[in-house]
Structure formats: C-alpha cells, structure tokens
Design a protein around this ligand. Structure first.
Ligand code: NDP
Length: 293
C-alpha cells in the first residue's frame, strides 16, 4: 500500500517554523513580513483563496492588507495599486489573485509587480532566475511539491520525473525545479502536454509522476509503473450525488488505482493544495528577511 504524503500535516509544520522565524525577525531586526492581496471582481473561488491567505498571515504574525476592487475596475486602477505597494515599505510581498477580468491585461499587471516583492514568482525576472539557477521566488505550488519530496526524503537525483502539464504556474516551473543542479533536485525530467501522441508511453516510465493536467482523474494506476511516487497537483470539483453537498474534490489522478501501484502518493484534498499557501508565506518571509534580493 502506498505511503500517503500528507501535505496538510507538512504545511502545518512549515507554518510553525515560519511563525517562529517571524517572531525572531521581529525581535532581532524589527521587521514584520507584510503581504498585499489584491482581489478584483467577485469570483467565489478567488474570494476563498484570498481569505485563507489573509488568515494564514494573521496566524503567523504577518501584516496583511486585502484590497478589493470591483469587476469593472480599470486596468489603470489595478496598476496604481500595485505601484503603491511597490513603494510601501510595510509590504514585502504582492499577490494579485488570478484570474483577472478579461479587460485587464494579466501579463501587464504581473510585469508591474516589483520582482523583489513578486512572492508568487510569476514575474519574468523570477522566471529567468529560476531557469538560471539563481536565488529567486519560485512559484508556490511547484515549490510546495519540492518541499514534499525533500521532507519525505524522496530521492530525486537521477530519477526520471515526468511532469504532465506545461502551464506557466505549475508545469513549467515544476520541471525547472526538478532538474536544477541542486540538492533535492537533479532529476531527469520529461514534460508532457496535449501533443503527446500516447501519454502513457511517458507516464509508464516515471519514477516520479507529477500530474498538473486540469482533467479530473486523468491518470490511472494502469498508466504507471510499480513503485512510482505520484504527486497530484490537480484540484477538481466533480458531481457526487452520494456526497452531502452533491460534489467532492478529486485530483488529476485516479487515487484508488494509482495508490495500488505507487510507493507514495499525495491525496486530494490534503496533499499539494495546503502546501501552496505555506510556500506563499515562506516566500513573503524570505522577502522580508532579504534572503532573495
Ligand atoms: P492548465 O489548464 O493551465 O494546464 C494544463 C496542462 O495540462 C496543459 O499544459 C495541457 O497541455 C496539459 N494537458 C491537458 N490535458 C492533457 C492530456 N490529455 N494529455 C497531456 N497533457 C494534457 O492547468 P494548471 O497548470 O493551471 O493546473 C493544473 C491542475 O492543477 C488543475 O487541476 C488545477 O486546478 C490544479 N492547481 C492546483 C493548485 C494547488 O494549489 N494545488 C494551484 C494551481 C493549479 P497543453 O499545454 O497542450 O494545453
């Protein structure tokens, strides 16, 4: 039976560690990490994400501020808020909750965030630093996956890691982190996407399989080899008439069949998801402490 890689418990451990480091930072250098959260529009999922990020800040003793702008706000107003935070010494991290309404150019907004405060790791300067192996803010979800692998002592060096998905926020940075010439990385990486004629040719070779597909339960146990370590990044809400609310969360991996093949696997929920916020807190702390720039 596969070992469960418990991201929920691990994220709590990390939060405790960050809370302690934050208290020390305040005491020794008088710095309180600060995060600015910008929410545009009323997307219910985004509202939940922003509130849980603000709650995590409160728990760790961070300063945080949420600015809510209406869905019809202008691009200029969004850019002005970002610039205000760029210049605000109380703010060490800026998070613009995505997606933004269609009339706002997401790329332009992400470019406006000062790279030194880009705790989401989406600014091209941080993307470039990541690829070059320089100190950077790595995107939180793939950074959380790396933390799971290292804290569970899963060997990555020389292992074949197969990443399914090539988005800018998960797949691409995930592959980059895995192949870096660095401790707890150094994997041999294959990255897959919809142009793969037969995806299973690749997934069956994986020692470490990372699913960031965005399709519920897309990868099954039969697509994997025995002993694989499965990291399921997916979060999908599907209909389930037997569940109290009529829906339930599943990953991009079919958990029951995959856990028969895998040596270790992340569950959904309770795997990669909780690590994402913990890594956001970590990036904000690192920004405040001057550990990156
Ligand atoms: P995207 O939809 O942006 O990307 C999905 C990727 O999967 C694309 O590169 C796509 O290929 C590829 N893909 C889709 N179908 C197939 C297929 N049949 N065969 C091979 N490749 C395929 O998703 P994200 O990267 O944003 O998110 C991935 C998953 O992770 C989602 O379930 C999302 O909800 C979840 N997520 C979870 C987070 C967390 O905190 N745990 C944070 C962010 C996302 P192509 O490029 O060719 O279209």
């Amino acid at each position: 039976m596969a070992q469960i890689l418990d991201g929920k418990a691990l994220s709590q451990t990390l939060r405790n560690e960050i809370g302690e480091k934050t208290a020390h930072l305040k005491q020794t250098r008088g710095i309180q990490p600060g995060l600015g959260l910008l929410l545009v529009g009323d997307n219910p999922a985004s509202q939940v994400y922003v509130s849980s990020k603000a709650k995590a800040c409160e728990e760790l003793g961070f300063y945080s501020v949420i600015i809510r702008q209406p869905a019809d706000t202008s691009e200029g107003a969004v850019l002005r808020q970002v610039q205000e935070w760029n210049a605000d010494p109380r703010i060490h991290g800026i998070l613009v909750q995505l997606p933004l309404p269609k009339h706002i150019d997401e790329h332009k907004v992400l470019l406006a965030v000062a790279p030194q405060k880009d705790v989401d790791g989406f600014h091209p300067e941080n993307v470039g630093r990541l690829v070059a192996g320089l100190p950077c803010f790595a995107p939180c979800t793939p950074a959380g996956v790396m933390e799971i692998l290292s804290r569970y002592n899963i060997e990555t060096k020389g292992k074949h890691a197969v990443v399914v998905g090539r988005s800018n926020i998960v797949g691409k940075p995930m592959a980059n982190l895995l192949y870096q010439k660095a401790p707890n990385a150094n994997a041999i990486v294959t990255i897959c996407h919809t142009a793969a004629p037969d995806l299973t040719v690749f997934t069956k070779q994986a020692d470490i399989l990372v699913a960031a597909v965005g399709v519920p339960e897309a990868l099954k146990g039969a697509d994997m080899k025995d002993g694989v370590v499965v990291i399921d990044v997916g979060i999908n809400r599907i209909a389930d008439p037997t569940a109290p609310k009529g829906t339930r969360l599943v990953g991009d991996v079919h958990f029951a069949s995959a856990s028969e093949r895998a040596s270790a696997i992340t569950p959904v929920p309770g795997g990669v998801g909780p690590m994402t916020i913990a890594m956001l807190m970590q990036n904000t702390y690192r920004s405040a402490a001057g550990e990156v720039y």
